[in-house]
Write a protein that binds this ligand. Sequence first.
Ligand SMILES: C[S@@+](CC[C@H](N)C(=O)[O-])C[C@H]1O[C@@H](n2cnc3c(N)ncnc32)[C@H](O)[C@@H]1O
Length: 248
Amino acid sequence: MDAARGKTLDVGAVGLKQSQIPSHAAGAFDPRVLFPSASNPLEIEIGSGKGTFLVQQAARQPGTNFLGIEWTAEFWRYAADRVRRRELANVRLLQIDASEFFRFWLPSGIASVIHLYFSDPWPKTRHHKRRVIQDETLAHFHRVLSSAGELRIVTDHVELWAWCEDHAARNAHLFSVTPFVAPDSAGVGEVVGTNFERKFAREGRPFMAMTLVKQGQSAAREPVQSCGQSAGRSTGRSAPAPRGPSSP
Ligand SMILES: C[S@@+](CC[C@H](N)C(=O)[O-])C[C@H]1O[C@@H](n2cnc3c(N)ncnc32)[C@H](O)[C@@H]1O
């Protein structure tokens, strides 16, 4: 696997590793502080891969901040270098496990959209627990989204699609299912226009897509300062004030 094909990549100020954000033991971390215009709306992409959706859509939506989360170092580096070269001030790439980031770091009500495109299907039953969509992550997506916020999902994988539909049905108290609307960066005939979509389209695979719209109040627990407690334990306190990243 060599996404860079021998090129030297520079993540600049765009790419951050987990070690550059505060430990979750210190409480919630608000990623809006990573952007020059921190008060702009925030959208989060999980599993950004080479960053194609981010560079296409962020250029069309300069008044929105986009946080890409990618745990594979090679793709994270590739995507961050791409964003840096395009001088997109409204994009940051964080290398971390997205499920853990939602569970342990992110405060409530901060994101208007969560994008999940061509998520790894983990087809073996014993690996299903590694899928991003789980009852627990849905509860945290619901918590982190602002009122009427959206979780947008696209996949080519029939069995993962059934898994998503089952989870959406089980969590109908949290989300209503609505049709997926292609972003304006999608090309003609594309659903969203990511690298994997383009690769799978050449193979003639069908795509399935849905948008889950947040309903009602959140029940998931806010990450809290640990002080000897495990993160995620509820104390009824609100999220701490946003803190900035640590030095590299
Ligand atoms: C199949 S690729 C799709 C990439 C891109 N969204 C696209 O459509 O071209 C899935 C990506 O999600 C990343 N990924 C999977 N699970 C993740 C997780 N829990 N946290 C962060 N990244 C994850 C993988 O490393 C991989 O780059």
